[in-house]
Design a protein around this ligand. Structure first.
Ligand SMILES: NC(=O)c1ccc[n+]([C@@H]2O[C@H](COP(=O)([O-])OP(=O)(O)OC[C@H]3O[C@@H](n4cnc5c(N)ncnc54)[C@H](OP(=O)(O)O)[C@@H]3O)[C@@H](O)[C@H]2O)c1
Length: 319
């Protein structure tokens, strides 16, 4: 099978088109023909081993996992003898989480992983654009128990996580203020934002408006500014916080009634099933910025690394 593999940490040219052995499903596994995957912001960090901590997960000197990619949409082509939930021909989508391996034509999954039946109202390419942002945003919005009528500000509102966060916050009935660049205002409104603010203009920080929840999806919003616009008993979600931001925000929360949430999200199958229902019912739609072929993976990485994609960058793997 064709796959994109890397054997050294580094620039996008380290991603090579290779021929690998077909994976064999175990008794409890399904073999999936992947039709699409996506390049996410996290993939860039893994490829570059930046931050250094990536090396503790993938390999200290060289990567021990060679095929990256964590989201997919595809068709079940074989099932192990003990598989109960899926059958050959099922169209499924989801996340391989920290097992990676979706930059490839085929991959085996345990039937209990973070996978679900793909809703029929989206294509494989559209379905692959959803799990990364939706699983992340849903994890954090559930963690803060978002409820109807709350005011949420989403910073970095037009990336993969931000575009999902706008739609999910609206689904839960919150009043959404989206912060993004001026060029992306229409996109944010089209996803359901009630108000859109340009992050390059500073004036809005000085307004008297206060929020129940401030969700910084991209780790670009200074803590002092978040505190300024957060209600005294509000919650900040620091979805992309680095160690320094985690430490500083934790310390400052000890001295105030503000709550802070950060950390690695957890994937599971019921979350993917719920996301499938939201797509089917029209509450969540894919946002695709660009689409590349598997052979163009290094080009896709170059684009995502610029840090300004709108929603998602999808990789078509074919039939
Ligand atoms: N905690 C977890 O377990 C977890 C899980 C998944 C992801 N994450 C993290 O979540 C983060 C967001 O991921 P993503 O895929 O959504 O990122 P992304 O798609 O690459 O984000 C791009 C967006 O960020 C905006 N942006 C860039 N610079 C900005 C700035 N200075 N101020 C405000 N917005 C700015 C861009 O808007 P413009 O083009 O308009 O500038 C663009 O829409 C990543 O750091 C990722 O590692 C964490």
């Amino acid at each position: 099978m064709k796959a994109i593999a890397f054997y050294k940490y580094g620039n996008p040219d380290e991603l090579k088109l290779v021929e690998l052995k077909m994976p064999e499903p175990k008794a409890t596994e399904i073999l999936v023909r992947l039709h699409a995957t996506a390049v996410n912001s996290g993939d860039i960090r893994l490829r570059k081993a930046d931050p250094f901590a990536v090396r503790f997960m993938l390999g200290l000197f060289t990567p021990k996992i060679h095929v990256l990619g964590s989201v997919f949409s595809g068709t079940v082509v074989r099932v192990g003898s003990q598989v109960k939930q899926f059958k050959v021909g099922d169209n499924i989508f989801g996340s391989s989480d920290l097992k990676f391996g979706t930059y490839a034509q085929y991959k085996c999954f345990s039937e209990h992983e973070s996978i679900a039946i793909k809703p029929e109202n989206v294509s494989h390419q559209e379905a692959a654009a959803i799990p990364f942002g939706a699983c992340t945003a849903l994890y954090f919005l559930r963690k803060v128990n978002i409820v109807k009528g709350q005011k949420i500000l989403i910073y970095g509102a037009t990336g993969a996580v931000g575009t999902a966060a706008i739609q999910l916050a609206r689904y839960y009935g919150a009043h959404v203020t989206a912060v993004c660049s001026k060029n992306n205002a229409d996109l944010a409104y089209s996803l359901g934002a009630d108000k859109v603010v340009d992050y390059k203009s500073e004036d809005w920080i000085n307004s008297s408006e206060q929020f129940d929840i401030v969700y910084d999806t991209v780790n670009k919003f200074e803590l002092s500014k978040i505190k300024k616009i957060l209600k005294s008993d509000g919650t900040m979600i620091l979805g992309a916080a680095d160690l320094k931001v985690m430490l500083l925000s934790s310390i400052s929360s000890v001295f105030s009634s503000v709550k802070v949430k950060f950390g690695m999200i957890k994937h599971n199958q019921s979350v993917m099933e719920f996301i499938g229902t939201l797509i089917k019912d029209g509450h969540l739609r894919p946002v695709i910025d660009k689409m590349y072929e598997l052979e163009q993976m290094s080009e896709a990485h170059q684009y995502v690394e610029l840090g300004h994609k709108k929603g998602n960058v999808v990789i078509n793997i074919g039939d």
